[in-house]
Design a protein around this ligand. Structure first.
Ligand code: FAD
Length: 396
């Protein structure tokens, strides 16, 4: 029987690990991955999808990525993992045997038990959530055309909670999109109100002070109200309560928290840190296990939570697996510092790499270059170019 490598999760880390392993053509090896979807989600484009663009750039079919390279795609949801029996069981009832397991399950939204948030907020962690948000905004503006003035203001008021990269890029783009939508619906665009709510005293808390200030200024120029030191304490239908004020709004987008996928924590034998991420050794193997790897957002590495880290991890474990089959010395994981490139409204981005800050259209070009590099990593050249071009076509 061939050596079976099973990858659970077909996001950045899982897809990259599968591609990298397939390229190595290790003899007598079967590579399979499980994911409930039929497509890869490019999270960095979700804000565009939610604000009116087509899903073409954000959702790339697996069949375009794994064209004739021998990787088997299993459409299923992993429900339990038995490390001692080496079996993953899917929601379909199927059992998947493995010799080597790569867990690449990503993150899920976390609302920290704040009253009403999981019930009434919109999330932004997947294409399904972005689509739900998009439809809700369209419906709200449609309803606003027949509402009285007070209700109209509530329907045209959007609150983004969380001043991290996802919240910042979404608020910036909404500033353009919601006003365009108002005009299209014959509504007064000055009634549009976009708030970005942050519990700390600055947005983009992981970036240098100067970068945070530039982003805040850019948002204010676009007409976004940035509310700092304002933790959300409660949400009801049509209303949120912040520390110091109440806001009437039909749309609250929660981007303020994620945690590692719960299946990591649920799997007997895997130890986790306080964020629910697996503790790993110098080869990204779950502590105490040979051939059980955890990568991307689910692994307790210094820069997990970034797509670039997940891609890097995918390549790294493929190398470790190859070295094992060849009885070579195993490489040691050295974290790679990711860059940050956050679009903030139109063709404007904040780019930060090792203290260097580039803003505006130049920042945007650097961000687009990073997008292109990513697509080229995953797709054959012509398809990469097609996915990349969607990012332009959809904008206009
Ligand atoms: C809106 C948004 C914007 C972002 N922008 C950026 C950015 O600009 N730059 C950057 O570096 N990072 C960005 N990130 C972070 C980045 O997307 C993540 O760090 C990255 O996706 C992590 O990769 P991963 O492989 O760990 O998980 P993911 O890419 O999330 O993949 C997890 C996969 O597991 C699958 N899965 C889940 N449950 C199961 C199950 N039970 N069984 C089988 N499969 C399952 C999912 O369907 C998914 O395909 C962004 C994230 C979001 C949400």
């Amino acid at each position: 029987m061939p050596e079976s490598i099973l990858i659970v999760g077909g996001g950045f880390g899982g897809v990259q690990a599968a591609l990298s392993l397939a390229r190595k053509k290790i003899p007598d090896t079967q590579i399979r991955f499980i994911d409930p979807k039929t497509y890869f989600e490019y999270h960095a484009a979700l804000y565009r999808f939610a604000t009116g663009s087509s899903p073409m750039e954000a959702c790339i079919p697996y069949k375009d990525i794994f064209e004739n390279n021998g990787v088997e795609i299993l459409q299923d949801t992993a429900c339990t993992i038995d490390l001692s029996k080496k079996i993953v069981t899917g929601a379909s009832g199927s059992h998947y045997r493995f010799d080597t397991l790569i867990l690449a399950l990503g993150s899920v939204g976390a609302t920290f038990g704040i009253e009403g948030v999981s019930k009434y907020s919109y999330g932004m962690t997947s294409a399904t959530e972005a689509l739900r948000l998009k439809m809700h905004i369209l419906e709200s503006f449609q309803t606003a055309t027949i509402a009285d003035v007070e209700n109209r203001k509530t329907l045209m008021h959007i609150v983004v909670v969380g001043g991290g990269p996802t919240g910042v890029e979404l608020a910036g783009e909404l500033a353009f999109y919601a006003r365009t939508l108002a005009l299209e619906h014959g509504l007064d665009p000055t009634l549009v109100c976009i708030d970005l709510v942050e519990s700390a005293d600055k947005i983009l808390g992981n970036l240098p002070e100067r970068a945070s200030r530039i982003a805040e200024e850019r948002l204010r120029t676009l007409g976004v109200s940035v509310l700092l030191n304002q933790p959300l304490t409660r949400e009801e239908i049509g209303k949120i309560q912040l520390k110091d004020k109440e806001i009437l709004t039909a749309t609250v987008v929660w981007t303020a928290g994620v945690c590692a996928h719960p299946l990591i924590q649920k799997t007997v034998g895997i130890t986790v840190d306080r964020k629910g991420r697996a503790t790993i050794d110098a080869c990204l193997q779950a502590n105490g296990y040979e051939n059980i790897f955890v990568i991307g957002d689910g692994a307790a590495t210094p820069y997990s939570g970034m797509a670039q880290t997940a891609l890097y991890d995918g390549d790294f474990v493929a190398n470790v697996i190859e070295c094992k089959t060849k009885n070579h010395a195993l490489p040691i994981y050295l974290p790679s510092v990711p860059l940050t490139a956050i679009p903030i409204g139109g063709e404007w981005a904040l780019y930060v790499k090792q203290g260097r800050i580039v803003t505006g259209y130049r920042g945007w070009m650097l961000r687009r270059f990073a997008d292109l590099q990513l697509f080229m990593k995953l797709l054959p050249f012509s398809k990469a170019l097609r996915a990349f071009r969607c990012g332009y076509k959809l904008e206009g």
